[in-house]
Design a protein around this ligand. Sequence first.
Ligand code: NAP
Length: 287
Amino acid sequence: MEKKTVVFVGGDKRQIYAAEALLGKCAEIYLVGFEKAENIHKLHKTTLSHIADKGDIYIFPVSGVKGRKVPAEYSYEELKLSDEDLSKLKHKTIFCGKADTLQSLSGELRIFDYLSREDFAVANALPTAEGAVQIAMENYEGTIFGLTCLVMGYGRIGKILSKMLKSLNAKVTVSARRKDHLRYIETDGNTPVLTEKILYPEQYDIIFNTIPKMLIDSKMLLKLNKNALIIDLASAPGGVDFSVASTLGIRTIRALSLPGRCSPKSAGDIISKTILDIYKEEYGVKS
Ligand code: NAP
């Protein structure tokens, strides 16, 4: 990427850190939609109409675009893609999360979806798990030490989160549907339980959900301790019947986008590393 001009189009603090991590690895870096950002002296701020035909590589936000609108937390004005912008981007290399929407604006764009990569998801599980612990500390009035908690799901996030909670001396039960996962949970020093057979749910102070299916339904909510806190990490629509929880007075937190909210620097580093890896795979190390 050394001779390439890279343009970040919209996004939040993560993109600033991703851009900083690319300094020295490409020729020049421009930011579009970052007028309000301060202390970014080595990065050039510009507009899309000025730079759309001058860059080589364009990096859109992790969350993708919403129609023609590009989310841009640091922009004074709405950042929108015009037909002219789209036409200028045709022969460029584009990186974007949730790329389908951008692709639907023009079939001629060459887009790499960095959000859909397994290496990106695995790397993001760490800041997500740390963010979940942070949310628990901010919202639960006791210590994590001695806490009785349930982590639902033993996937990328569940694995890391349950080990983190264990290392803070919480009493951790972890649910999984695979028998081999139950054995791994045991070897982590935690208590395994089948997701479909969660016994004694009233014992938990905090439930962390990572399963993207509504399993914390009215049946389960009715059995919970009314002082329990549910932290739902699963992507929309989540895994909790929020309206029943609210009727029962059970506190729920939809904790989404934790890497960006809690660890934007690490999240930015993960974005830049994933993009560099995709670029090397596609174009070779020296291009
Ligand atoms: P993952 O590795 O796919 O883990 C998902 C877990 O849920 C696995 O244990 C899986 O079991 C289990 N599961 C899935 N469907 C199930 C079902 N119908 N019944 C029972 N168990 C089921 O995903 P992840 O990377 O850990 O991410 C978990 C969720 O968090 C996803 O929705 C993801 O989009 C979201 N996420 C949130 C944040 C945030 O900031 N909150 C950040 C990144 C990702 P198996 O292993 O048996 O399939």
